[in-house]
Design a protein around this ligand. Structure first.
Ligand SMILES: Cc1ncc(COP(=O)(O)O)c(C=O)c1O
Length: 186
């Protein structure tokens, strides 16, 4: 019986080009990048080269790129880091009802720590209503977090417009682009 896999949004195989580039570091050059000896320095060099390549794709500086173990860690780090570092400016965060649990659970945790969260509705196609977003902005809004591509229905959110609105009100914008990386890298 032939088995077909249709759940690539849940997880997918490693891109063969990535596997090929990674194999030497998994098999031979597995040094700790913080070590002083050659094996460690080689690993450090590879990480810094990877950081530069990612920065070139994202059009940012290499020192603005942080590697984490995955999406949940990144969402947690971004949301909690931004919320707590802006604590004195305000405690209101806007997100949507269809975010991944990595964002929704982090928002729930922040609510317990005194932050107020607005969960935006989406229309029948899963798109965030920009007018509702504008209406939800308050004087104490410190962060807007709307995902790029939804992991269940594949909706692409209008993050360029959302980023413009956030910029207009001087609010930090975060997007969970986990599925966008997967969508746009194949
Ligand atoms: C949109 C989105 N955000 C976050 C995550 C969590 O990523 P991870 O499983 O790497 O923690 C996923 C996982 O598929 C996801 O689809």
């Amino acid at each position: 019986m032939e088995i077909r896999y249709f759940d690539h949004a849940a997880t997918t195989m490693v891109n063969p080009a990535v596997l090929e580039e990674m194999l030497p570091y998994l098999k031979e050059k597995y040094g700790n990048p913080s070590s002083l000896y050659t094996l460690g320095r080689e690993a450090k060099r590879a990480i810094e080269e990877a950081r530069k390549r990612v920065a070139d794709i994202l059009n940012c500086e290499p020192n603005e790129v942080y590697f984490t173990a995955g999406g949940s860690e990144s969402d947690n780090m971004a949301l909690k880091g931004l919320a707590h570092s802006n604590y004195n400016k305000g405690k209101h965060i806007i997100t949507s009802k269809i975010e991944h649990p990595a964002v929704l659970h982090t928002c729930k945790a922040l609510e317990k720590q005194g932050f107020r969260i607005t969960y935006l509705n989406v229309n029948k196609d899963g798109i965030v209503d920009l007018n509702e977003l504008r209406r939800s902005i308050r004087n104490d809004t410190i962060l807007i977090s709307i995902m790029f591509v939804n992991n269940e229905i594949g909706t692409i959110e209008p993050i360029e417009e959302i980023a413009k609105i956030a910029k207009m009100y001087n609010i930090t914008f975060h997007t969970d682009a986990v599925q966008a990386c997967r969508t746009y890298s194949y």
